[in-house]
Ligand binder design. Structure first.
Ligand code: CP
Length: 302
């Protein structure tokens, strides 16, 4: 049976642990002078991104190449999508070329699942609408475990536009699966109604959000997804919800600041924080490559 990776719901702690364990070895390959392996020799990975991306797309393409797979990059802007070809027909066309895995990003929630239900090859969700970004959550989990040696028992506070964030949604699921306590904080217009039902606590002040946290996770203001008017201005946002080195001092000793990227500097994270050693955004990028290598191996190994 083929393996897909579409969302974090239903992914067990054992599977997450196995992927993270494998990513440890993959990171060694990434950091070594010799990144060419033949673990996936003979396999083909296609990337099909209907939305912009730097980190996710490049890391999947590099991950496949480092493990010896062939990579097909479907540039949606110059592909037959522009002639009106549907997701289904595009997916089946890519599959008919002998592709083993399609990595898809789409603005419509559910598009990767629809594709997975209609093709025989494996499908990985690289972010769909407001729904899920499971590989971001996997790399975040790995980054936290690498730093603290565990995930269980830690407090992770997600600050920002939780309501419009597929990153937050996937992280809440995977972090709680691994036994972390998850809290959220942000403008009330950006916190989902009944956030507690997602398994997280809602903080009531910026000080409370930082106090007791091992990890502060900032989120990008997603102008492409939200209606305007959910916060007064970028300046106000930075003042009331921004992460900076002074606020990080309220968090637990050794706490780290994470961000999926791209960062709006001076808004979610201050310029100073981006250069501070507690800021792990670049470590996350390297770990994204290692975890996506582990994921491709897991998807294709049998
Ligand atoms: N974190 C993330 O998904 O970044 P990209 O949009 O650059 O892939």
């Amino acid at each position: 049976m083929k393996r897909d990776f579409l969302c974090m719901q239903g992914v067990s702690a054992d599977t997450l642990t196995k992927l993270m364990d494998d990513a440890v070895g993959m990171k060694k390959i990434v950091l070594s002078g010799d990144k060419s392996r033949d673990i996936l020799k003979g396999k083909t990975v296609a990337t099909l991104f209907y939305e912009n991306s730097t980190r996710t797309r490049c890391s999947f393409e590099d991950a496949a190449k480092y493990l010896g797979a062939t990579v097909t990059v479907v540039d949606v802007s110059t592909s037959s999508v522009q002639k009106g070809e549907s997701i289904l027909d595009t997916g089946r066309t890519i599959e008919a070329m002998g592709t083993d895995v399609i990595v898809i990003r789409h603005s419509a929630s559910g598009a990767p699942k629809y594709l997975a239900d209609n093709v025989k090859c494996s499908v990985i969700n690289a972010g769909d609408g407001l729904h899920a970004h499971p590989t971001q959550a996997l790399l975040d989990l790995f980054t936290i475990r690498e730093k603290f040696g565990r995930v269980e028992g830690l407090t992770v506070t997600i600050i920002g536009d939780v309501k419009h964030s597929r990153v937050a949604r996937s992280n809440i699921v995977s972090l709680t699966t691994m036994g972390a306590k998850v809290r959220v904080y942000g403008p009330p217009t950006m916190i989902p109604v009944a956030a507690e039902r997602l398994g997280c606590e809602v903080c009531t002040s910026i000080e409370d959000a930082f106090r007791g946290s091992d990890v502060i996770m900032g989120l990008r203001i997603q102008l492409e997804r939200q209606q305007k008017g959910l916060f007064p201005s970028y300046g106000e946002y930075a003042r009331f919800f921004g992460v900076n080195p002074e606020r990080m001092k309220l968090a637990n000793k050794g706490a780290i600041a994470m961000h999926p990227g791209p960062v709006n500097r001076g808004v979610e994270f201050s310029y100073a924080l981006c250069e501070d050693e507690c800021c792990y955004k670049d470590v996350q990028v390297t770990n994204g490559l290692a975890t996506r290598m582990a994921l491709l191996k897991w998807i294709l190994e049998d």
